[in-house]
Design a protein around this ligand. Structure first.
Ligand code: PMP
Length: 392
């Protein structure tokens, strides 16, 4: 029996760092104490009041099929949120509700790419990106960013990639997973210029937009001439600690929304109504609630900065947003993979090797700040000590 070439195409040739992740899970299951800094997920669970709203909606009968682009009242609430946060006029007709941000990423690329096209994305990257682009049949081409430039995309590199004749889309992510970098206004203006000049679609993954520690999050959809060629990916996963609820959205011009709604009709049939009602309830909690969900990461970023301040072996890329900090460990002479393997074996601390996020992150580690403060402080102190002992 043979699988369709399209599905084999999804896997591509990127390495992945999930080996460490799965080994860590096995060790924890076997009863070992491992400080697990691999997972991009809150250590708090979805708020009980949100679950109450979910239960209440289900008990009130919202258990049937939900066709289409989402509940009108949820689309309106998301549109109002997007407009308030970005300043860009946004209507319910610009929104389609999806089962999580990942489905939004997939749907956006399916709507805009085809076989023979090229989808661009910046490296280091969230590991689903290249496979998501390839799932459409298109080629995925990474645009490298550099550690020495704090992983801000550089206008010249974007422009060069954008002018490939087959390029149709550029996917960016700020605040960024895995680097914690927030793209500056200058970076975004350079990207917007390249995208306009080469007539590309910009797909802007903004799922970490409530986790901003320094500077400001700017949605590129707000830049001149960009609303008509930008597709924004949003999600409740990170902002409301609702990863398992699978509630995300796409913000786009209406024809794109219609195309994605058509795709939903032949794939997911939309998101369960009781989850959409819970999302409505969660969005109504306002900014204070969202700041509370983000707060632990803000604290732990300070903890990491203090723990690493005296290290000779580690250079932290300043984390301006998201729940991650990226560490440059090249001074130890080890690759990210080798370092992460030894850290797990010798210290029982699990981190993601930079190599799992693309070549520009080689010799780096991604630390997810997703364990309680005391454990996190212990992990960072021991990680710094381990790295410093590796120095010649
Ligand atoms: N984009 C980025 C950058 C992410 O880190 C994640 C999840 N880790 C997603 C999208 C997808 O999140 P979800 O599907 O839970 O909304």
């Amino acid at each position: 029996m043979q699988l369709a070439p399209r599905i084999a195409h999804i896997a591509g040739t990127d390495g992945d760092g999930w080996g460490i992740y799965y080994r860590t899970r096995e060790m924890i299951r076997a009863g070992e104490r491992v400080l697990n800094l691999t997972i991009g997920e809150h250590d708090v669970k979805t708020d009980a009041a949100i679950l109450g709203a979910m239960h209440g909606a289900a008990m009130a009968g919202h258990t049937g099929y939900t066709f289409g682009a989402g509940l009108p009242e949820l689309r309106a609430a998301i549109a109002a949120r997007v407009q308030a946060r970005s300043g860009v006029p946004t209507r319910a007709e610009n929104i389609v509700v999806t089962p999580g941000g990942q489905s939004a990423l997939f749907s956006a690329h399916m709507a805009l790419l085809d076989r023979g096209d090229t989808g661009l994305y910046c490296a280091p990257f969230y590991p689903t990106y290249s496979g998501t682009i390839r799932a459409t049949g298109a080629e995925a081409v990474a645009v490298a960013t550099r550690s020495s430039r704090a992983f801000q995309p550089e206008a010249a590199a974007i422009m060069e990639a954008a002018t490939r004749p087959t390029a149709r889309t550029l996917l960016i992510n700020s605040p960024n997973n895995p680097t914690g970098v927030i793209y500056s206004r200058e970076t975004l203006e350079g990207i917007a210029e390249a995208v306009r000049a080469a007539d590309l679609w910009l797909i802007s993954d903004e799922v970490y937009d409530t986790q901003v520690w320094e500077g400001q999050h700017l949605s590129p959809r707000a830049l001149p001439g960009m609303a008509e060629r930008t597709v924004v990916v949003g999600s409740m996963s990170k902002s409301h600690a609702m990863t398992g609820s699978r509630l995300g959205w796409v913000v786009a011009p209406e024809p794109v929304v219609e195309a994605i709604t058509l795709l939903a009709t032949v794939t997911t049939y939309g998101v369960p109504a009781f989850i959409q009602h819970a999302a409505l309830h969660a969005l109504a909690q306002g900014e204070g609630f969202e700041a509370g969900i983000a707060e632990p990461f803000r604290r732990r970023r300070e903890i990491a900065t203090r723990a690493l301040a005296g290290s000779q072996a580690i250079r932290a890329i300043p984390s301006a947003g998201a729940m991650y900090v990226m560490l440059d460990i090249r001074a130890t002479g080890l690759s990210g993979n080798a370092f992460a393997e030894r850290l797990l074996e010798e210290e029982r601390i699990a981190v993601m090797p930079g190599e799992s996020f693309g070549a520009p992150a080689a010799g780096h580690l991604r630390v997810a700040m997703t364990i309680p403060d005391a454990d996190f402080a212990e992990a960072m102190a021991r990680l710094a000590g381990f790295a410093d002992r590796l120095l010649p």
